[in-house]
Design a protein around this ligand. Structure first.
Ligand code: UD1
Length: 419
């Protein structure tokens, strides 16, 4: 298993190209199931998760081609020949559940393995299933699989989510594009990745209004056609490198990074002492004097993203004063805390909150990553730690961050992958 070795203490200077967003690419790829015509996606990051989604689509019968040399363009097309999403693929990546809505809408039946819990929490899919039932599907849970059928096609419905779920919004949105009649998704999630999906579906012929709001109205159409869509820049990668600049005291230009997608992160980081400004081609991040402890609470977009919580905690670990970080989205998302404490951080967890007391420095250590965002937080800690940090078992990192060690090394970090 690969490891990453970092010798900390170097401020980062330079430019990093932000990749296409993993969390936008996965639903966009699933949208390829909604038409037999070609869906061409550009700026798809080369990651374990996008490769897993490609594998899943291929076993549904979709041809996945990579016409450009860089592997970032995917051309999807072909009829669906198999409506089962098997356990061995879904267990690798929870977002596989996103094929359920499109398969059901297209072929009127689907058999998808239940994803189960994961490192950060139970993560049920009840909202996906209840929504499809409201649209007329019959759902039977059997042998660890969701068996869904809609012999007369899905029917439009008004679905009010009890809480905004990114995945459930995406699944039902895709299903609704081909349903009979009008579907309203109220209290829907409105993350930039959902806007990206809506824009792509509209380019494919879908009728959607309310894009960017928490109330989406979809008028079903008989069929969708091919289109070309670009994946938006990854706002979590952008935020992660913004924290890296703040932690190391450097200045980074994040090419392609979008200020308008960072939500509450911008004002929180400004209060901490990390300034983010828009440029013609991206954003610039710069630390102003010292770092100050500032409380943060995760919430749906445009609130503080749960996917930035671990990275922000590293920033707080080396800030002056104390801060409280509260996690409201996932119940078990502090798995990085014991590892950060082994590196000299002073963090106490009380239920859903962590109290972080800043220290002037961390010290390098061998550490183990437990999930995707936790692993990149350990890399950030390594960048500011004295001595050598070895982040073991980086397969989680490879699920969601493209060439992180090369991007950081190009800006002056002493970092290398050991295979
Ligand atoms: C997506 C992101 C993930 C991010 C999360 C929250 C992708 C591929 N993943 O995950 O990186 O951390 O949004 O921003 O885009 N819930 C239910 N029932 C459901 C569905 C969700 O109770 O049927 C709960 C979850 O347990 C969680 C909350 O709703 O507490 C939000 O989860 P959700 O927005 O669905 O996250 P994902 O789509 O799984």
């Amino acid at each position: 298993m690969d490891k990453i070795r970092i010798r900390g203490g170097r401020p980062l200077q330079g430019e990093i190209e932000i990749s296409g967003a993993k969390n936008a690419s996965l639903p966009l790829m699933a949208a390829g199931l909604l038409t037999d015509e070609r869906l061409v996606l550009t700026r798809v990051p080369v990651l374990a998760d996008t490769q897993t989604m490609a594998l899943l689509l291929e076993q549904h019968g979709i041809a996945v081609e990579r016409p450009a040399n860089d592997g970032h363009t995917l051309s999807l097309g072909g009829p669906i020949t198999n409506t089962e999403a098997p356990y061995d693929i879904v267990s690798r990546m929870r977002a596989s559940i996103l094929v359920l809505g499109p398969l059901l809408a297209r072929t009127r039946e689907a058999r998808v393995s239940l994803p189960g819990g994961c490192e950060i929490g139970a993560r049920p899919v009840d909202l996906h299933l209840k929504g499809l039932e409201q649209m007329g599907a019959t759902i039977l849970l059997e042998g660890g699989y969701v068996n869904a059928k809609a012999p007369n096609g899905l029917q439009g419905a008004t679905i009010v989510f009890p809480l905004p779920s990114v995945g459930a919004t995406e699944n039902l949105l895709m299903a609704a594009t081909l349903a009979n009649g009008r579907t309203v998704l109220a209290n829907a999630a409105r993350e930039p990745e959902i806007i990206n999906l809506c824009d792509c579906l509209v380019a494919m012929g879908a009728q959607i209004t309310g894009i960017g709001t928490d109330r989406l109205t979809i008028d079903g159409v008989a069929s969708l056609h091919g289109a070309t869509c670009a994946v938006i820049a990854d706002r979590i990668e952008t935020g992660t490198y913004a924290c890296a600049a703040g932690i190391t005291g450097g200045t980074l230009h994040l090419r392609g990074g979008r200020l308008d997608h960072l939500g509450a992160l911008v004002s929180t980081l400004a209060e901490v002492g990390v300034e983010i400004t828009a440029t013609d081609t991206g954003i610039t991040v710069q630390r102003r004097n010292g770092l100050h402890g500032v409380d943060a609470m995760t919430s749906p977009y445009p609130g503080f993203p749960t996917d930035m919580q671990a990275q922000y905690m590293v920033l707080m670990s080396v800030a002056e004063g104390a801060s409280m970080i509260t996690e409201t989205i996932f119940e078990n998302r502090f798995m990085h805390v014991p590892e950060l404490n082994r590196m000299g951080a002073r963090i106490n967890v009380h239920g859903a909150s962590a109290i972080v007391r800043g220290t002037p420095w961390l010290s390098g250590a061998p550490v183990m990553a437990t999930d995707l965002r936790a692993s990149v937080s350990l890399i950030l800690a390594g960048l500011v730690a004295r001595g050598e940090t070895i982040v073991n078992d980086v397969h989680h990192l490879d699920r969601g961050f493209e060439t992180v060690e090369r991007k950081l090394a190009a800006c002056g970090a002493d970092i290398e992958r050991m295979t």
